[in-house]
Design a protein around this ligand. Structure first.
Ligand code: SF4
Length: 45
């Protein structure tokens, strides 16, 4: 099983993840991506 952690606070919005897999990565209006179907962690990394 693969676990992906998105550190959204350091995302620069380059779009590389979305270019590779649009099924899971979605660019948002604030210029950063969301990981579709993910759960938000309670602690910051
Ligand atoms: S857009 Fe995707 S690949 Fe680019 S910095 Fe953000 S998370 Fe990383």
């Amino acid at each position: 099983m693969v676990k992906i952690i998105l550190e959204r606070n350091v995302c620069i919005g380059c779009g590389s993840c979305q270019a590779v897999c649009q099924k899971y990565w979605e660019m948002q209006d604030d210029g950063k991506v969301n990981l579709i179907g993910s759960q938000k962690l309670k602690t910051n990394l």
